[in-house]
Ligand binder design. Structure first.
Ligand code: MG
Length: 468
């Protein structure tokens, strides 16, 4: 189950369950309380191990209140991560007030299990988004969104496009995204997982004919030594600001979709990202793609994703500093990613995490080409780790449930359109499945079977044995 609370709320402990989870019920404040029948459903909060019997009701209430407020601000960071034993007893209906009104922005807790089809759509449509944006090199390197739209119209529109070989191959984005997904699908964790990722990235580079891999990915994978201890780490690279890490990381959010997975999501996205892009602007793009995908799984309102990313960055910085791998160089280059995202959210009126997003009054293909460039590091929109997920996010905010509009905004523009497309389509697929997507856009997609298989395996790993 999942719920969102946006304003004031009160919470009550309803019960401790025998599975060491505490159930809560979130209510609106009395001034705006809905009738009891409309109260939100229970959610679960993990009980500490061992329990802390001296944690009185008042202090427990305060602890939980602070944690939930923190979780709200951090996009769910603290939810289920830590808890105190609150008074409330073991009776199923032994409800006691836990804490008073707390202001809260929003959070997601114990997300309801999505369908396996949604996971399938996330993987398959990411490949479709890549192939559409790429158009066998032609559209990735076309600098005019209006020209791409014109060519699309001359082909009969999106519905007439059959995304299949030889004209519509997937690009490097999907090959490397599959490498990430298939490494995660092994179920490995920790060091063995990082070695698996490095090994598969090296292997994936053998499948790049006609797929235009980026120079930083080529260099980074040439430096990996997955057979050696710690061989998944490469030196800091001041030029590794590209989107090559961001474009292959959505599946990390499929593997670690729960709020309680956040620490792991941060670590795996940072480590896998810097296997080729050892620069914060590069590997934080991997974090953004993974986190946004997790948010999409959770059903978190889009307007809150950007703020959630900003609130998660300190976790990534903490991790970087703890691993002592060129820590000073990383810290010295840290600010740009964060500042650019703060600027973007301010532009869209989303700095506080409250919507609706504010777009320019004229925002068609021509205007978007101009505006997207203002997101960029060097004038090539979507080329970098920060702005590939930024353009994808911008497109998601504007597209609603329309696949055609998503493609117009994320795949058919004058920038690095396959990388923005691969990210946007993955998140969109989680929310909307294949609804409204022309069958020709994905049914004969190259590597479709591998994507479906990876989606199923990631789903089973993420949801198979997880208490909800
Ligand atoms: Mg590509």
């Amino acid at each position: 189950m999942q719920l969102f609370f946006h304003d004031w709320f009160t919470a009550h402990v309803s019960s401790w369950n025998t599975d060491s989870h505490c159930a809560f019920r979130i209510d609106r404040a009395p001034t705006e309380a809905p009738p009891p029948s409309a109260r939100s459903p229970l959610f679960r909060f993990k009980r500490p191990h061992p329990p802390t019997p001296d944690f009185g009701c008042a202090s427990a209430g305060r602890s939980f209140a602070l944690e939930i407020a923190e979780a709200a601000a951090g996009g769910g960071r603290a939810a289920c991560a830590r808890g105190g034993q609150a008074a409330g007893g073991d009776g199923a209906e032994n409800t006691q007030p836990l804490f008073g009104h707390q202001i809260c922005t929003a959070m997601e807790v114990s997300p309801q299990a999505p369908s396996k089809d949604a996971y399938c759509a996330a993987m398959v449509l990411s490949g479709a988004g890549d192939a559409l944006g790429y158009r066998n090199q032609r559209w990735e390197y076309c600098t005019s969104g209006p020209q791409i739209h014109q060519e699309l119209q001359e082909m009969g529109g999106l519905g007439q496009i059959c995304v299949s070989l030889p004209d519509w191959p997937v690009s490097d984005d999907t090959v490397l995204h599959l490498a990430t997904a298939e490494a995660l699908a092994t179920g490995k964790n920790g060091e063995p997982l990082l070695q698996e990722l490095a090994s598969r990235y090296v292997e994936a580079m053998k499948d790049m004919d006609g797929r235009k891999p980026g120079p930083t990915s080529i260099l980074g994978t040439s430096q990996l030594r997955p057979e050696e201890p710690g061989g998944y780490r490469i030196p800091f690279n001041p030029s590794a600001t590209g989107c090559g890490a961001a474009m292959r990381s959505m599946c990390i959010g499929l593997r670690y979709p729960h709020p309680s997975d956040l620490t792991t999501l941060v670590q795996v996205s940072v480590e896998s990202g810097r296997m080729t892009h050892h620069h914060p602007t590069g590997y934080l793009g991997a974090l953004a793609s993974a986190l946004f995908t997790a948010y999409a799984v959770q059903g978190l309102p889009l307007e809150r994703w950007g703020l959630g990313l900003l609130k998660t960055l300190p976790l990534a910085l903490e991790y970087i500093q703890s691993t002592a791998a060129d820590s000073d160089l990383n810290v010295g280059s840290w600010a740009y990613f964060q500042e650019k995202w703060e600027w973007y959210l301010s532009e869209r009126g989303l700095a506080s995490g409250q919507g609706p997003a504010r777009f320019p009054s004229a925002y068609g293909p021509a205007e978007r080409d101009v505006i997207y460039k203002t997101f960029s590091l060097d004038g090539w929109a979507g080329r970098s780790g920060h702005d590939a997920p930024m353009i994808a996010y911008d497109a998601l905010l504007g597209a609603g449930d329309s696949w055609a509009e998503l493609c117009s905004r994320a795949m058919f523009h004058g920038g690095d359109s396959d990388s923005t497309g691969v990210i946007a389509a993955s998140c969109w697929g989680l929310a909307h499945g294949f609804r409204g997507v022309p069958e020709g856009n994905h049914q004969k997609l190259e590597y479709r079977d591998r994507m479906v298989a990876a989606a199923g395996n990631l789903y089973d790993l993420a949801w198979g044995q997880k208490p909800v």
